[in-house]
Design a protein around this ligand. Structure first.
Ligand SMILES: Nc1ncnc2c1ncn2[C@@H]1O[C@H](COP(=O)(O)OP(=O)(O)O)[C@@H](O)[C@H]1O
Ligand SMILES: [Mg+2]
Length: 415
């Protein structure tokens, strides 16, 4: 429990009492989360419909599952439907099923999610994305507890408890006419607002602790890393726009980094500088995390380990470079239309590449970079340190980029 011992000066740390034990890995220490869990305990055994509101990554799905697990239906299925991910034309048949031949491509009869959730719970995630015509149908299902498959007139009764979630402001959606008021009122029999992580920072150290444990196991590391107390503070203070999902990705990277950077037989350590690096490295990658390489169990060191280390470091460098490039473009006031591919094929003098970019009518990243470098050097009269700081990159990176761009001769203290 190093993480806990390392904690903080004046952060209110409360030990969750045994009788409120939650399934392993679910953290609810803050008052806000305590209250939510209390409501969940009270309503879980009932049949009432629940609407979960909250930003992406706040734990709506985790809590929906918790409601199911604490209900009489826990032996039954828990079916998640991501309403935003299903093409509009298919939602009805996915939800309610279809008969053979009811539309092109319906080669066989198929049961829908409502039937699959029989005697269990159906979790309608991103309900705010549901098209209006289906909202009508869903409302009818909630009211009559029955539905028909696409291409059939036979009523099938449903015994599925409904939990819905969205990160949209549904009231606003209702006012804008994008969400039916009657469905909204039907769904919000119980409405829970899950606060963003930045409004319940007391949870953060406990989440870190649980995640450290999880990732040490997942990556088969021999030892739990220690974590500097300043590192924990840096994590507590972060904004976490991606909430717990983002925190998980950051902690996973830190765990892997600490194992990679481990010195000899010393216990791995997560330092404040590691946290700053991972956060500064565009932690917004939480939407698309960099999957760390699986690590060999410690003890099996040697060549394999050092190769992994090299690869991982190269990946991190690449990310840093991307970040610097983005900053550079931003700093120069140019916007939009950066082709990621330009990064991969940045061999100078690749004429195809230049032609096609001209045809498209915008400069490639490489071309922009060239211009940005030149301008910065001209403005700083060839002073490398000044130019680098104007571009927001290190001198070393500037040096490398100048060479790559064939601008090496612009370096030096005079032009
Ligand atoms: N209370 C919690 N304790 C521990 N981990 C959580 C908690 N809530 C969410 N998580 C983790 O955070 C991530 C995002 O949670 P999820 O339920 O998918 O969020 P949402 O549905 O709101 O986008 C998941 O990996 C989940 O395991
Ligand atoms: Mg979700």
């Amino acid at each position: 429990m190093d993480a806990l011992r390392a904690i903080p000066r004046n952060l209110p740390v409360r030990v969750v009492s045994a009788d409120s034990a939650l399934p392993e890995g679910i953290v609810a220490v803050s008052d806000e989360m305590h209250e939510i869990v209390n409501v969940i305990r009270a309503i879980a055994p009932t049949e009432i419909t629940v609407l979960l509101l909250g930003e992406s990554g706040t734990g709506k799905e985790v809590l929906a599952r918790l409601i199911h697990d604490l209900s009489q239906r826990k032996q039954g299925p828990f079916v998640t439907v991501n309403c935003g991910a299903i093409p509009e034309g298919l939602i009805e048949s996915e939800l309610f099923g279809h008969e053979k031949g009811s539309f092109t491509g319906a080669h066989a009869q198929r049961k829908g999610f409502f039937e699959a959730a029989h005697r269990g719970t159906i979790f309608l995630d991103e309900i705010g994305e549901m098209p209006l015509n289906l909202q009508v149908k869903l409302l009818r299902v909630l009211e009559t507890r029955s539905f028909t498959r696409v291409g059939s007139t036979t009523q099938i009764s449903t015994d599925a408890r409904v939990i819905a979630a969205t990160n949209r402001d549904l009231e606003l959606e209702v006012r804008a006419g994008r969400f039916r008021a009657d469905l909204y009122y039907r769904l919000r029999a119980v409405m829970l607002r899950i606060p963003p992580l930045r409004n319940r920072r007391e949870d953060i150290p406990f989440l870190i602790e649980a995640m450290l444990k999880e990732f040490v196991e997942r990556h088969k590391l021999a030892e739990m890393p220690r974590i500097e107390s300043d590192a924990i503070h840096a994590l507590i203070d972060n904004e976490w726009r991606g909430n717990i999902r983002e925190l998980r990705n950051v902690v996973e990277q830190l765990v892997v980094l600490s194992a990679v950077g481990q010195q000899g037989s010393k216990q791995p350590l997560i330092r404040q500088s590691d946290v700053e690096r991972v956060l500064g490295d565009g932690a917004s990658a939480w939407q698309e995390p960099l999957r760390p390489l699986p690590l060999a169990p410690v003890g099996q060191l040697g060549q394999e380990q050092s190769e992994r280390e090299l690869i991982y470091r190269a990946l991190i460098e690449l990310r840093n470079d991307l970040h610097e490039l983005k900053e550079m473009i931003r700093a120069n006031g140019t916007t939009t239309m950066v082709e990621p591919r330009a990064l991969l094929h940045s061999a100078p003098g690749n004429s195809n590449h230049t032609q096609s970019s001209e045809r498209r009518g915008f400069a490639t990243l490489e071309e922009r970079e060239h211009v940005a470098l030149k301008e910065a050097l001209e403005q700083s009269h060839g002073n490398r340190r000044e130019a680098a700081s104007a571009l927001g990159i290190s001198e070393r990176t500037l040096y490398r980029k100048l060479k790559e761009q064939g601008l090496g001769e612009m370096m030096g203290d005079e032009l």
